[in-house]
Design a protein around this ligand. Structure first.
Ligand SMILES: [Zn+2]
Ligand SMILES: [Zn+2]
Length: 269
């Protein structure tokens, strides 16, 4: 089957959507986020002698959970909504659109532009984690495990965009230690991530370690979720990212059922 024509936004216009005024918000978000992470570590620290394995298990499950969250948020931003939406469009969706048109643009972003938005959206979760009580009799192990898992998850979710950016560096720009981590697949390897960058950009969304990409693709996780959302709300996945024509051609529900209202001429851009 021939590939439908992919229509994307203009890279320059997308890049221009990053406003300098947003930088102050990003700087404050980064400072607040690191402070909350420090507070989470300080709260867990006294348990390292009494419950060391609970802490290790929590750190690992949070690391795994972060990969899932990175994929889920990436799928949401790639698949639904538009870069023109108020607030979330400019701050969250726009960088994802830009990234599909110009993969290398993010490698020129500094620490603030790379991590600011991630810190901002992670702030409420990081603050919420601190409210988990660790002193309820009989529940300490469970509470500590939940606390460390969520703390580790939010910490590694914050690293997601940085790790993703590293996967787009040229080999000669990549420090040796990072190349080793990528080769061992402890962080997202560049070759693995390139599967996501093949049009129509509809698989391998996880960008922290990428460990969950294969199982989620095998399970058809995102296709099932897209079918559900299309059935519930009539939205067409990837419409804003690749254009209506290509989006309609590959939308799972449209392909199987073709409901008339989904392909009515009124929905053409
Ligand atoms: Zn993407
Ligand atoms: Zn990428």
């Amino acid at each position: 089957m021939s590939q439908p024509e992919i229509q994307q936004h203009d890279a320059k216009k997308l890049a221009a959507g990053y406003k300098k005024s947003f930088r102050l918000v990003e700087i404050l978000a980064i400072l607040s986020f690191w402070s909350l992470c420090l507070a989470i570590a300080v709260k867990a620290y006294p348990f390292h002698l009494t419950h060391p394995w609970v802490i290790v298990a929590g750190l690992f499950s949070g690391f795994l959970f972060a990969d899932f969250v990175s994929g889920f948020v990436h799928w949401m931003a790639d698949t639904w909504g538009s870069a023109d939406m108020p607030v979330l469009g400019k701050s969250l969706v726009r960088p994802f659109r830009e990234h599909h048109v110009d993969q290398k643009a993010m490698t020129h972003h500094d620490y603030i532009e790379t991590n600011g938005a991630n810190c901002l959206v992670s702030l409420p979760v990081a603050a919420g984690v601190l409210f988990i009580p660790l002193d309820i009799q009989g529940w300490v192990t469970f509470a500590l495990f939940s606390f460390v898992t969520l703390g580790s998850m939010v910490f590694f979710v914050m690293w997601t965009n940085q790790i993703h950016k590293w996967s787009h560096l040229e080999p000669e720009q990549t420090p040796l230690a990072l190349r080793v981590l990528q080769k061992l697949h402890i962080v997202l390897p560049p070759g693995h991530h390139q599967r996501h960058h093949r049009a129509p950009y509809d698989t391998y969304y996880c960008i922290t370690t990428g460990w969950l990409n294969w199982p989620l693709a095998k399970l058809g996780f995102y296709r099932h979720a897209e079918r559900f959302i299309t059935a519930m709300f009539g939205l067409i996945p990837r419409r804003d990212d690749i254009g209506l024509k290509a989006a309609l051609a590959i939308a799972p529900l449209v392909m199987t059922e073709k409901p008339a209202e989904l392909i009515s001429p009124t929905q053409h851009p």
